[in-house]
Design a protein around this ligand. Structure first.
Ligand code: NAP
Length: 559
């Protein structure tokens, strides 16, 4: 055991800047939803000596960085929060159907303060290397601000969408205007008054920010490479009585979420769209469209597995787009045709398609006419067209799921880097562990349901599972835990085969596949068989004393 490290007040730094070295039981990287709960679980439930390092100056993860206008979650407020504490659930009151960025950030700060987490978080510390020391059975981690940490366990809570994708467009340094990526938005905000703005990208982020920027700027040009589906969010303020009712029904909400495929408190009725008569299905679709949000897709249960049903739903949305956009040529340019609805993460919006009816908004198809280069005062397209801009916004997404992990310089057993191990795509056991990377645990990693779910449900499940595993290790003097090669390869091929039974692989350019990043290996990364089934696997593995993980004690005996 590590009595010297465990609960040693001397290793709890009062002033991190003054102390450059930390000796810990566990280091957690990231102070978003997952890092905060993992910290609480290991420190306050297991009594481990644990700290967090966080690149930002505050907690919040995704919601700390993504402060662009219109940033809002597409999970509904009362589901997008921690359920491990009824006290937190009851005390926090959400104001709208979907929580906005600022409200989520306030919520996470509220939880941080209630649980007294800040004292264990080292802010402004980005991990630059994490190397497994086989002799000491420790991870040795360095940060950009000079912290050197030795920890028995390394837990990454770095988020699935945190490594920004900034396209390399020539001449960028010659541009004299302001340039932003939505995922690294300035804290002081951006003033669009009387400004000519260009937004590149029409994913969930672009679709959220375009209507707001259009409203506040002199002129907006949207550079669209691929048209996207979007469903109205139908956001609205919540009646104060909603919260009281919710408090009486917390257990029911929780049960429903955990029983579902996607971690939301509803499940699709057992009906196939293509089998329902046209007049009946039109009524159902219209009603679902009025309800809005992610529930729309769940009005039938075969949208992600049956091409015929998906086409009917996709056509329904295309008709809505044409009905909304006044100019039929612009309407046509906004029609998504390259992927079935829902096989890319479906955005939900407030007045997205309506925005193209404004006089101050232009749409440019950059698949037909790609960006050639930046100029002093704007962008030049391949055909020589010049687009003036005071501000250019990249809403170009992320190197999803594996990007942030690979940037950390992780090197495991026998000097194997994670880069090398994943050169043909991420391989994990349950998304949680990687062979040759002992005592490394990934929260919501590739191979777990993560981004296909309501994230806090997937996060709580992972954190609880990792916490139970570490409790087991502490109880049985286990020194190293490592995913076995066979278990990892079997799981990874199961992840692929499950995805292949759905329509997901039909979206050729989706970030689920890594296809949005030039040169990234194409593998379908999230686990598509549902959070409900995934949880059952995890329970089974734990009941079998963590079969699939090799465990060694202090005497190097396998347990
Ligand atoms: P995204 O879905 O990857 O969309 C990026 C957009 O930028 C796409 O339109 C893409 O075009 C375009 N793009 C990328 N590289 C480009 C290049 N080199 N030149 C021109 N265009 C380029 O990223 P995102 O919109 O940031 O969303 C990422 C994910 O974050 C979402 O899917 C969702 O999971 C999450 N998110 C959630 C919410 C919410 O909860 N409401 C809000 C925002 C984001 P192509 O399609 O042609 O690649």
């Amino acid at each position: 055991m590590t009595g010297a490290e465990k609960n040693n007040p001397q290793s709890q730094p009062k002033d991190v800047a003054a102390l450059k070295k930390l000796y810990l039981d566990a280091l957690i990287v990231g102070a978003g939803f997952s890092g905060l709960y993992q910290l609480h679980s290991l420190r306050d439930k297991l009594g481990l000596n644990v700290q967090v390092v966080e690149a930002g100056a505050g907690v919040g993860g995704t919601w700390y960085w993504n402060r662009y206008p219109g940033a809002r979650c597409d999970s509904e407020s009362h589901t997008y929060c921690y359920y491990f504490s009824k006290e937190l659930l009851k005390e926090w009151r959400w104001s709208e159907r979907y929580p906005g960025q600022a409200e989520i950030l306030r919520y996470l700060n509220f939880c941080t303060s209630k649980l007294d987490l800040s004292r264990s978080i080292n802010f402004n510390q980005r991990v630059i290397s994490a190397i497994w020391n086989e002799q000491n059975k420790r991870w040795v981690i360095k940060t950009n601000a000079g912290l050197l940490i030795a920890a028995r366990y390394l837990i990454t809570a770095v988020g699935c969408l945190s490594s920004t994708n900034m396209p390399n467009i020539s001449g960028q340094s010659t541009f004299k205007g302001e340039l932003y990526h939505t995922g690294q938005w300035p804290h002081k905000g951006v003033d669009f008054t009387d400004k000519t703005v260009v937004i590149i990208g029409t994913g969930s982020t672009g679709i959220q920010t375009i209507p707001i920027v259009a409203k506040h700027s002199k002129h907006l040009t949207v550079l669209q490479r691929t048209p996207n589906f979007s469903v109205p969010a139908r956001n609205a303020p919540l009646d104060p009585s909603y919260h009281e009712k919710f408090c009486d029904e917390i257990n029911t909400w929780q049960k429903k979420m955990l029983k579902s495929r996607h971690g939301h408190p509803w499940t699709a009725p057992p009906r196939k769209l293509y089998k329902v008569a046209k007049k009946d299905r039109d009524v159902i679709l219209e009603k679902a469209w009025k309800t809005g949000g992610l529930r729309f897709r769940e009005s039938f249960n075969d949208i992600l597995i049956d091409e015929q049903s998906n086409k009917i739903m996709s056509d329904f949305i295309r008709t809505k787009i044409l009905d909304t956009v006044d100019d039929p040529i612009i309407g046509e340019s906004l029609l998504p045709v390259d992927h079935p609805f829902g096989t890319k993460r479906p955005p939900i919006d407030t007045n997205y398609f309506e925005t193209f009816n404004r006089d101050n908004v232009d749409l440019v198809d950059i698949k037909q006419n790609p960006i050639k280069k930046f100029e002093n005062r704007g962008l030049e397209l391949e055909d020589g067209r010049y687009i003036t801009a005071d501000i250019v916004i990249f809403a170009t997404g992320f190197d999803a799921m594996s990007g942030a992990l690979l940037k950390m310089g992780i090197v495991g057993h026998q000097s194997l880097s994670l880069d090398e191990a994943w050169k043909e795509g991420p391989t994990t056991f349950l998304g949680l562990g990687v062979h040759k990377f002992p005592n490394l645990f990934i929260i919501t990693g590739p191979g777990s349901p993560s981004v296909l779910t309501n994230m806090p449900r997937a996060i709580e499940q992972h954190v609880d599972w990792i916490t139970s595993l570490l409790r087991y290790c502490e109880a049985y003097n286990i020194v190293t835990v490592e995913a076995e090669k066979e278990a990892m390869l079997n799981w990874t091929s199961h992840v692929t085969s499950v995805a292949n039974q759905t329509l997901f692989p039909k979206a050729n350019h989706s970030w689920y596949l890594g296809a949005n990043i030039p040169g990234k290996p194409r593998t379908f990364m999230p686990y598509a068989d549902g959070l409900d089934k995934y949880q059952s696997y995890c329970v089974l593995i734990a009941e079998r004393k963590y079969s699939g993980f090799k465990m060694m004690d202090e005497k190097h005996d396998q347990k």
